[in-house]
Design a protein around this ligand. Structure first.
Ligand code: NDP
Ligand SMILES: C[C@H](CCC(=O)O)[C@H]1CC[C@H]2[C@@H]3C(=O)C[C@@H]4C[C@H](O)CC[C@]4(C)[C@H]3CC[C@]12C
Length: 240
C-alpha cells in the first residue's frame, strides 16, 4: 500500500498502509498520550486503527452513525489500554456535524494531535446511472466533511504540530470503470489535500498531511453484493 506523508516544512516521506504506519512508523511510544480523532470507526479499517491507537496508549475519539457499534469500539479501546476513549455519533452528510466532532475534541482535550479522516458514505459500483444527486451527497460525505473537519481542527493541529491522515483508494489515483461517484470523491481528496500540503510547505506550517492509497482490503464486513457486481462487470467487459 503506497503511503505518502510530508510535513509542511521540508521533512519526512514514508511508504506504508495506515495501520502498519500507526504501529511501526516510529516508536509506538510516540503515540502515547496523543489526542486522536478517527472517523468511520464503527467498523472496518477505522475500527482497527482505533484499536492500534488504543494499544499505543493514545486518547481516542471515534465517530460514525451507529451509536451501538461505537459504544462497543470505545469499550474495546479502554480494554486495550487507551489513555481515554469516547465517541460522538452522527452523519457526515452534514458538515455541521463534522465541525461538532472537532469541537468535542477541543472541549474535552483542549487540543488535538492527529485527525484521521476515514469514513465513506454508501455508493454503488456499476455503470454510472446519471444520478447527480447521489454524487452531490457522496461529495458531502466523502469530501466536504473532510475539508470542514480540517478547517476546524487546523488551529489545534498547528499548535501541536500534529498530523492529518486522509484515507483514500487506488480509485482516487488511477480511475477504473464502475466506480465513477466513489472515484470522483477520492480524486477530490487528492486535489485538495495535496494542494494544501504545498501551501503548508510554503508557509512553514508544521502539520503533516498523509494520503493513504489503499487497494482492496477484506475487512469481513464488506458489502459482498457490491464487490461481486463490480467483479462480474469487469469480467464481462474485459475478459469474456
Ligand atoms: N476496504 C477496502 O477495500 C478499501 C477501503 N478504502 C478506504 O478505507 C476507508 C474505510 O473503508 P472500510 O473500512 O472498508 O469501510 P467500512 O464500510 O467498513 O467503514 C465505513 C465507516 O464509515 C461510517 N459511515 C458510513 N456512512 C457514514 C456517514 N454518512 N456519516 C458518518 N460515518 C459514516 C461507517 O459507520 P456507520 O455505518 O455506523 O455510520 C463505518 O464506520 C474508506 O475511506 C475507504 O474508501 C480504500 C480502498 C480499499
Ligand atoms: C463496497 C465498499 C464500500 C462499502 C459500501 O457499502 O459502499 C468499497 C470501499 C472501498 C472500495 C474498493 C476500493 O476503494 C478499491 C477498489 C477501487 C475500484 O475502483 C473498485 C474496486 C475496489 C476494490 C473497491 C470495491 C468497493 C469498496 C470495497
Amino acid at each position: 500500500n503506497p503511503y505518502g506523508t510530508q510535513r509542511g516544512r521540508k521533512g519526512s516521506s514514508d511508504a506504508r498502509g495506515p495501520c502498519t504506519a500507526l504501529s511501526s512508523a516510529s516508536s509506538p511510544e510516540m503515540l502515547r498520550g496523543k489526542r486522536v480523532i478517527v472517523t468511520g470507526a464503527s467498523s472496518g479499517i477505522g475500527e482497527q486503527m482505533a484499536y492500534h491507537l488504543a494499544r499505543m496508549g493514545a486518547h481516542v475519539l471515534v465517530t460514525a452513525r451507529t451509536e451501538a457499534k461505537l459504544q462497543k469500539v470505545v469499550e474495546r479501546c479502554r480494554e486495550l489500554g487507551a489513555a481515554s476513549a469516547r465517541f460522538v455519533s452522527g452523519s457526515m452528510e452534514d458538515t455541521a456535524f463534522a465541525e461538532e466532532v472537532v469541537k468535542e475534541a477541543e472541549n474535552t482535550w483542549g487540543g488535538l494531535d492527529m485527525l484521521i479522516l476515514n469514513h465513506i458514505g454508501h455508493s454503488y459500483f456499476n455503470y454510472f446511472d446519471g444520478d447527480v444527486d447521489h454524487i452531490r451527497k457522496l461529495l458531502e460525505t466523502n469530501f466536504l466533511s473532510y475539508v470542514a473537519m480540517t478547517v476546524t481542527a487546523l488551529p489545534m493541529l498547528k499548535e501541536s504540530e500534529g498530523n492529518i491522515v486522509v484515507v483514500s483508494s487506488v480509485a482516487g489515483k488511477a480511475p477504473g470503470p464502475f466506480a465513477a461517484p466513489y472515484s470522483a470523491t477520492k480524486f477530490a481528496l487528492d486535489g485538495f489535500f495535496s494542494s494544501l500540503r504545498h501551501e503548508f510547505i510554503i508557509e512553514n506550517v508544521n502539520v503533516s498531511i498523509t494520503l493513504c492509497i489503499l487497494g482492496y482490503i477484506d475487512t469481513g464486513k464488506l458489502n459482498q453484493e457490491t464487490l461481486t457486481t463490480w467483479k462480474a462487470k469487469i469480467e464481462d467487459t474485459f475478459v469474456n
